[in-house]
Design a protein around this ligand. Structure first.
Ligand code: SAH
Length: 216
């Protein structure tokens, strides 16, 4: 996927990639996506440099962009090969959406907060990726029109696994979703084989609440 080459903060991006490698991120495609995505496009203006520190950033409207090491770990678990149709719930800043655009074939991303999605759309466009479709709406009901999906990534934590998302997962598909209470969740990896869904719990995580019909 061709992105315009952004020279600004190039050294900071390289340093971030080296930090992630030292933390055990070894998926080269994930590291390459992080190195080529200008994370400063996704943070409020004036704090560009902070975008390359390994910490979460408030993006306004009560929402937070996860720290880069969380995205990296999460994407490493997703193990994308470049051929998948991915559904992302919780576009937020749009940063992970662009990483996904580099790692998968087609990305469908849903966000429920209008002004956040407007900003994200602009930032995504500035990165030059063309394989992303976005929707303003309730991600807990999925995006039936484009189902089935090979991979579903939920970037907010809900009380249960939304059934529409399970239904929209294709055969052999996998879903990563934080499930638990509003403060802490377990990142669950679901796989669908022969119509049967298997669940494996990966690690405790903290995501913002998944709101909506099948959320909080
Ligand atoms: N990956 C994003 C994380 C954003 S935080 C980033 O890097 O910026 C999670 C996002 O999920 C928030 O923007 C929140 O508004 C959104 N969200 C919560 N519940 C949702 C739902 N039911 N449908 C769509 N988006 C939802």
């Amino acid at each position: 996927m061709a992105s315009p080459i952004v020279t600004e903060f190039r050294a900071e991006r390289r340093f971030l990639v080296e930090t992630l490698q030292s933390q055990g991120i070894s998926d080269l495609a994930v590291l390459r996506a992080i190195e080529s995505t200008p994370r400063h496009f996704f943070v409020p203006t004036g704090i560009g440099r902070q975008a390359y520190e390994d910490r979460p950033i408030h993006i306004g409207l009560g929402q937070t962009m996860s720290q880069p090491s969380i995205h990296a770990r999460y994407l490493q678990i997703a193990a994308l090969t470049g051929k998948e149709r991915v559904l992302e719930i919780g576009t937020g800043s749009g940063y992970q959406t662009v990483l996904l655009a580099h790692l998968a074939e087609q990305v469908f991303s849903i966000e429920r907060v209008g002004p956040l999605l407007e900003r994200a759309r602009q930032a995504i466009r500035s990165c030059g990726v063309r394989n992303v479709s976005t929707l303003l709406g309730d991600g807990t009901i999925g995006w039936r029109e484009f189902a089935p999906f090979d991979v579903i990534l939920v970037s907010a934590g809900g009380p249960t696994i939304p059934q529409p998302l399970v239904d929209q997962l294709g055969e052999g598909g996998r879903m990563l979703i934080p499930v638990g209470d509003q403060e802490e969740q377990i990142l669950a990896l679901l796989t669908k084989r022969g119509g049967v869904v298997e669940r494996r719990d990966i690690a405790p995580v903290r995501f913002v609440p998944l709101k909506g019909t099948h959320g909080w």
